[in-house]
Structure formats: structure tokens, C-alpha cells
Design a protein around this ligand. Structure first.
Ligand code: PGA
Length: 242
């Protein structure tokens, strides 16, 4: 899976250009979904463009809110995303955890509601710099993975994004990525009793220059790309490496 996470970027014009260009330039591989996550306001606009072009691009939301029965002005729930034929949703992104103070019980609530609404989930995990420096990565990730216990994980992909690599230009090194992805897969198989090998994609300062090396690393099943996904030619070139 190769995912474009546009964060708070874009306009109708740039989304139109991106969907047109990427639809033309990628060589679609049915085993490698190409997922576009625009800002939520543009979900419907993007859906229509993708459908009009009969494009292979799948649509993802960057946002879903936890539903605990209380009124939530500005909220967006999983049924609304499903109503607009959204295929994927990003849950647990470090920017949501940091800036919106998202707690594990909210992450878990979002996961359950999204599974119930038939959405496929990209579940983001990753350690901050101080944890990495103290060799605490595995314990930190194990705690984040705990919320997967008891969920039906057929449609869940894990995105490993070290917080210190997001938007910094400093991607994690190949050996580190391989070790961490292996740990995540082993932990899911042994501690969470997953039947099948779960897919784990890498995110954090992926760009055209480093994408091939990261993609060829063992245990890496795809990429989650922020800044470098904004340019449709760059993104298509990265997709075509997969
Ligand atoms: P980046 O962002 O590629 O700009 O580092 C990745 C992400 O936040 O998903």
C-alpha cells in the first residue's frame, strides 16, 4: 500500500490536478492499493473525480472522531465517511495524538466504530525521540498496539511512523526500520494472536530519493507519505517503485 497523506494542504484545483496526473501515471498493481487522503472537506469532491475517471485510486480520510454519545460540534463520524464511499481512514496519527490530545481509549473507540462502518483502517504508531534514545521503542509500540486486542483485524494495516522522522527530513535508517517492523509483526502474531501476517507500512520523511531503499527493506509492506506526496509526479514515481 502506498498512501498520500496531504495533511492540511490542497485546494480544489490542486486535488483535481493530482488525481488526474496520478491516475494517468501510476501502473496500478492490484496488490498495492494507492490511497489518497485529502483534508476531510475534500472527500466528496475527490470521490467524484476518482469515479469520473474510473481511477484505481482509493480514498482515505485523515480524520474520524470518537463517538461516546456526547454532542460534538465539528465532529465527523465513521458512518459519514462510509456514506461518502470512503475506503480507508487514518487512526492514531501522531499529530492527532499530540495536537488533539488523543488518548488510547479514543483511538480504540475510533477503530471499533470504523470497523463497524466497514472502513479499512491505517493504524499509525510511533515513538518520540526521547523514547528512541533510551532504547524504549519496543515497549512504547507494544503499549500502542495493545488496543488491537479483541478487534477484528481483517482490514487493518499498521503504519509505523517514528515521531522524530515525521516532517523532519530525517527518515529512519534501513536497519532500524527492519528491526522495528519485525518486532511489530512478531508482537502481533505472538501477543495479539493474529492469524495472518499483518501489513506494516513505513512513514516519516519518505521521498523519491529514499523510497526505493525503504521499500526493499524486509518486513516493509508499503509507505505512508506526507510532504513528498503533494507533487503528483513524485508520488506516482514512488508508487511505481512498489
Ligand atoms: P512526512 O509525513 O512524509 O512529511 O514526514 C508523514 C506523515 O505524517 O504521515
Amino acid at each position: 500500500m502506498i498512501v498520500a497523506n496531504w495533511k492540511m494542504n490542497g485546494s480544489k484545483a490542486s486535488i483535481h490536478d493530482w488525481i488526474n496526473t496520478v491516475s494517468k501515471c501510476i501502473k496500478p498493481n492490484p496488490k498495492v492499493p494507492c490511497v489518497f487522503c485529502p483534508p476531510s472537506l475534500y472527500i466528496d469532491f475527490s470521490r467524484k473525480l476518482i469515479d469520473d475517471l474510473s481511477s484505481e485510486i482509493k480514498l482515505g480520510s485523515q480524520l474520524v472522531n470518537a463517538e461516546d454519545g456526547t454532542a460534538l460540534t465539528g465532529g465527523l463520524n465513521s458512518l459519514m465517511l462510509s456514506d461518502f464511499s470512503t475506503d480507508y481512514v487514518l487512526i492514531g496519527h501522531s499529530e492527532q495524538r499530540t495536537f488533539f490530545n488523543e488518548q488510547a481509549n479514543q483511538t480504540s473507540n475510533k477503530m471499533q466504530n470504523s470497523i463497524d462502518a466497514g472502513l479499512s483502517i491505517i493504524f499509525c504508531i510511533g515513538e518520540p525521540l526521547d523514547v528512541q534514545k533510551q532504547n524504549g521503542t519496543n515497549n512504547f509500540l507494544a503499549t500502542q498496539l495493545e488496543i488491537l486486542k479483541g478487534l477484528n483485524l481483517d482490514n487493518v494495516t499498521i503504519a509505523y511512523e517514528p515521531v522524530w522522522a515525521i516532517g523532519t527530513g530525517l527518515n529512519a535508517e534501513r536497519r532500524y526500520i527492519e528491526e522495528v517492523h519485525q518486532f511489530i509483526k512478531d508482537y502481533c502474531a505472538t501477543d495479539l494472536n493474529l492469524k495472518e501476517n499483518i501489513s506494516v507500512v513505513y512513514g516519516g520523511s519518505v521521498k523519491l530519493d529514499n523510497a526505493e531503499e525503504i521499500l526493499s527493506s524486509s518486513h516493509v509492506d508499503g509507505l505512508l507519505i506526507g510532504g513528498a506526496s503533494l507533487n503528483p509526479d513524485n508520488f506516482s514515481n514512488i508508487y511505481n517503485l512498489s
